[in-house]
Design a protein around this ligand. Structure first.
Ligand SMILES: N[C@@H](CCC(=O)N[C@@H](CS)C(=O)NCC(=O)O)C(=O)O
Ligand SMILES: [Fe+2]
Length: 429
């Protein structure tokens, strides 16, 4: 097997034989990505066989097959997020050329290389530059419309979303709820199952399971769903600071590092794809330190920033919350194109009206009194005044210890059970 080095962290090769895995481990490889579809003719190990061999050696393994007939931007960008794990990676297909194409297409789209360099690099790795560039041109303009399905959870007034590129049959799940019955202490997956059966009915695969922020009023089902579907999980990079805050509040001696909990810790401006739907991450702190907005084609998942115009905005008084930062985040959302469809994270049905969750930038600008009739100083004063009257969410002290672990319960104790911890007299009643 001939290994070609692309940069210090990434190499390409043809298909490994069973006897190669020990050598790869010795050479320091800790992630293998297989871009070759199993059904391709020729003598080679199946991805299941490779996975067993790799994992047996303590090497992560990801099967990310493609041909130019089926390739979407999602595969190109998923490959990029796999590399961001920071592990020494071997990507292989039949010859290594197709794996090289994935890295080169990302570099071309993100402007790190030009077409001339793309061609010469393709040649170097034995890839067909004409074929790759013809795919690139056909996919240069991406999907402009995101198909959005909302799932309202009445208990906490939370909105969970499925956002899809139906043509590519791919979707992402945003802010799924893990059911928790506070009276019996029971965790269950009703909401998650409802979402999964909807997605199965549509015949879609799940690319990403995303959280907009570490929720204070419900448990997250993100990790559970990511594991069920094989999707990547993501949250804003400032989650590490929120973990720190709550690790202190709960006096936790240990907490799994965020890089081991989520596949992606998004920075401002990060881009990923769902099929051929382009998603961009905007940091939107204020409600929490780690809040992000997912701007996906013509939709933005703004969660606890704006609520519906008749319901104002989210509060900014949780640990790490900040009214001034929230105002800046609101203004940034208002600077998106006026027709952008905004999908909020909660609706508390004022005066008992039916639940609603979709507005536009224009509607928020014109009809949300918290921005239409206020300047920054007034907003901050009024937000602080109102927040001082709001009790903490009923589940806050239970939820945060779970959500800073991506929705995973704290480890079992020696009786095989999970327990939750409550800091006593830590907050004012
Ligand atoms: N009564 C709810 C309150 C939930 C709550 O505080 N929600 C946050 C979003 S996580 C918020 O911004 N609320 C604004 C408000 O209630 O005006 C509960 O106990 O769960
Ligand atoms: Fe929230």
């Amino acid at each position: 097997m001939r290994i070609r080095t692309y940069h210090h962290q990434l190499s390409f090769s043809g298909a490994p034989a069973a006897s190669d895995f020990a050598t790869l481990h010795q050479q320091g490889y800790r992630l293998i990505v297989n871009n070759r579809p199993d059904e391709e003719p020729g003598e080679h190990l199946s991805h299941q066989q490779e996975k067993t061999l790799a994992e047996g050696m303590g090497i992560d393994y990801v099967y990310l097959p493609y041909t130019f007939d089926t390739l979407t931007w999602e595969t190109v960008y998923t490959f990029h997020y796999l590399l961001r794990r920071g592990k020494k990676t071997l990507a292989h297909c039949r010859s290594g050329a197709r794996s090289a194409c994935l890295a080169l297409l990302h570099a071309l789209r993100e402007g790190r290389i030009d077409e001339a360099r793309f061609r010469s690099q393709c040649e170097e790795y034995g890839a067909d530059a004409d074929k790759a560039l013809s795919w690139y041109r056909r996919h240069q303009s991406v999907q402009s419309h995101a198909q959005v399905h909302a799932f309202y959870e009445p208990e906490s007034g939370s909105l969970q979303y499925v956002v899809a590129d139906p043509e590519a049959r791919r979707c992402a799940i945003i802010d799924p709820v893990l059911d928790f019955d506070r009276r019996s202490g029971t965790v269950s997956h009703q909401q998650a199952h409802t979402i999964l059966s909807f997605i199965r009915q549509q015949g879609w695969g799940v690319a990403w399971v995303l959280d907009t922020h570490p929720h204070a009023d419900h448990f997250s089902a993100a990790t559970w769903l990511a594991q069920k579907t094989g999707a990547l999980s993501g949250i804003g990079e400032k989650i590490t600071a929120v973990q720190g805050l709550w690790q202190d509040i709960y006096n936790l001696k240990e907490l799994p590092p965020a890089e081991t909990v989520w596949d992606a810790l998004f920075a401002d401006g990060d881009v990923f794809f769902i099929g051929n739907l382009r998603a961009e991450v905007l940091l939107s702190p204020g409600h929490t330190l780690a809040s992000v907005t997912y701007h996906i084609a013509d939709a933005a998942f703004i969660h606890d920033t704006f609520f519906m115009p008749d319901s104002g905005t989210a509060r900014a008084d949780f640990p790490g919350g900040n009214a001034e930062a929230l105002w800046d985040s609101l203004q940034r959302i208002l600077s998106l194109p006026a027709d952008t469809r905004l999908f909020t994270g909660h609706d508390y049905r004022p005066a008992g009206r039916e639940a609603r969750w979709e507005s536009t930038v224009r509607e928020q600008r014109e009809n949300n009194p918290w921005v239409a009739n206020m300047d920054k100083a007034q907003f901050i004063a009024q937000r602080k005044q109102r927040d001082a009257t709001l009790p903490h969410p009923e589940l806050m002290l239970m939820a945060l210890q779970v959500n800073i672990r991506g929705g995973v319960l704290p480890d079992c104790e020696d009786d095989g059970r999970h327990y939750l911890k409550i800091p006593v007299n830590r907050f004012k009643g």
